[in-house]
Design a protein around this ligand. Sequence first.
Ligand code: FNR
Length: 183
Amino acid sequence: MTNVGIIVGSLREGSFTKKIAQSVASFLPSDYNVSIIDINLDLYNEDLDQPGKVPASWENFRAQMNDVDAVIFATPEYNRSIPGGLKNAIDVGSRPMGSSVWDMKPALVLSVSPGAIGGFGANMALRQSLVFLNMPVVQQPEAYIGGVTNILDADGEVTEQRELSYFKSIADAFVDLINKNNK
Ligand code: FNR
């Protein structure tokens, strides 16, 4: 069983980014176990990262991420970078030193925006951290999903065949990376 965790960089109830992540994930093999991991966590503070002081939200997040074999990062772009909540989750998961939940786990980056540039700045900023965290990342497709409000229909679903084919190619590249990593 392959457990895939989806980390959505937006906390917004009606997040477009979450919708796109779910649509891409729908093309993963049916025997994959896919779940969205909550990143509404206490802010990282090294003073709290010691026995007896660790916030429950960090403990839950780290425990869930330890059960995950591969990660989909789906992020909006905030001010040409990733949202603070996503960076915080990355930081929480990276500590304590030597117990990172990210190390060597295959990752997929999706950046999503209503704008034309498709969250390029967020996509690149996220990849910079993933290099340091030692995660093998899908390089192609780079997966900039721009004009998202034109892609989602009135019910908030992706239905256009052109987009669905693109999303399937993204999911296929992720599965290839996971399989290579398991060899
Ligand atoms: C944005 N937005 C935005 N969009 C973009 O393409 N580039 C950017 O740099 C920014 N910056 C930015 C900063 C902040 C603080 C907010 C709240 C928003 C717009 C953003 O793409 C839009 O709100 C998306 O709908 C957010 O994604 P979700 O919540 O729909 O997943």
